[in-house]
Each structure stands twice: as structure tokens, then as C-alpha cells.
Design a protein around this ligand. Structure first.
Ligand code: MN
Length: 149
């Protein structure tokens, strides 16, 4: 993306010249109904700003990695799991995902969840939980219920 400005569309969180992409290229990562848009990918900033949108009832991959995320809820509502805690998410909430924290974002059953997410341009690949790690996470009833929804 090289143009100085990308005009917003009438549809929320869509812009001229910004492609709406599949969320993950790796089909082994379990997720449901998520799109991805790369808004800024500037080597001078060494970071990327992406916009993800989870359709009602959908969710991102349960994952962790060395890089952190800075997340801003920009559309709709839902919940997230971050480092063993579950949070309700409303418009304009900020979420910090620290290094190596298990995390997942879920849209409400009746609303999408759209969020801006800032990351390092150079970053490690997400890790998925092993069977043992998943058993550890789901030993907490609230987390088990969150992941089942
Ligand atoms: Mn992540």
C-alpha cells in the first residue's frame, strides 16, 4: 500500500485499496468466520496494523507467541481470553496480549467483533496448544465453557 490515503467505504471498517483476506494461511489453525485486512505495513515503522473481523458466533485461533499484541475494539462486541482470564469486550476497549499468553477472541452470538491489532512486522509463528496444554487450560471451568461456545 503506497497511496497516502485510503478512503473509507460506506460499509464499516472497509477501505479503498485494502483487500479483505482470509485470516490464516495455515489450514491447521482452528478458527471460525474471521477476515483480515492489513492497514499499515511500513518497514520504517517495523510494525503492522491489521484489522480483524470475527463474524457473529465466530472466533480466532487459540494461540500464543513471543510477540505481543496491542488490540483496540473497533466494531461490534464479544469476549476474549488472555492469559487465563476472560473479559467482556465493548467498542473502543484496549487489550494488551503479553508475550506467550494464550489468547482467543470471540464475537458475540448476535454481533461481529472487529478489532485493530498492532504487531511487530518481524515476529515468531503462533504456537497452538498441545493436548496437555489444552487440558490444563480447560481444567478451569470458565475457560472450558468459553472455548466450547
Ligand atoms: Mn495472536
Amino acid at each position: 500500500m503506497t497511496a497516502p490515503i485510503h478512503r473509507k467505504h460506506a460499509a464499516p471498517m472497509r477501505w479503498d485499496g485494502v483487500d479483505v483476506l482470509a485470516y490464516k494461511r495455515d489450514p491447521a489453525s482452528p478458527f471460525r468466520d474471521v477476515t483480515r485486512q492489513v492497514l499499515f505495513d511500513d518497514p520504517a515503522l517495523a510494525s503492522q496494523l491489521r484489522y480483524f473481523e470475527v463474524a457473529p458466533g465466530g472466533h480466532t485461533t487459540l494461540e500464543r507467541h513471543e510477540h505481543a499484541h496491542a488490540v483496540i475494539v473497533a466494531h461490534g462486541r464479544g469476549r476474549c481470553l488472555v492469559d487465563g482470564r476472560i473479559f467482556e469486550l465493548a467498542l473502543h476497549d484496549l487489550v494488551r496480549v503479553p508475550a506467550l499468553a494464550w489468547h482467543q477472541f470471540r464475537a458475540a452470538p448476535d454481533a461481529p467483533l472487529g478489532f485493530l491489532c498492532m504487531v511487530n512486522a518481524e515476529r515468531d509463528r503462533p504456537q497452538l496448544p498441545t493436548a496437555d496444554e489444552l487440558a490444563g487450560l480447560t481444567s478451569v471451568p470458565a475457560i472450558a465453557a468459553f472455548l466450547r461456545e
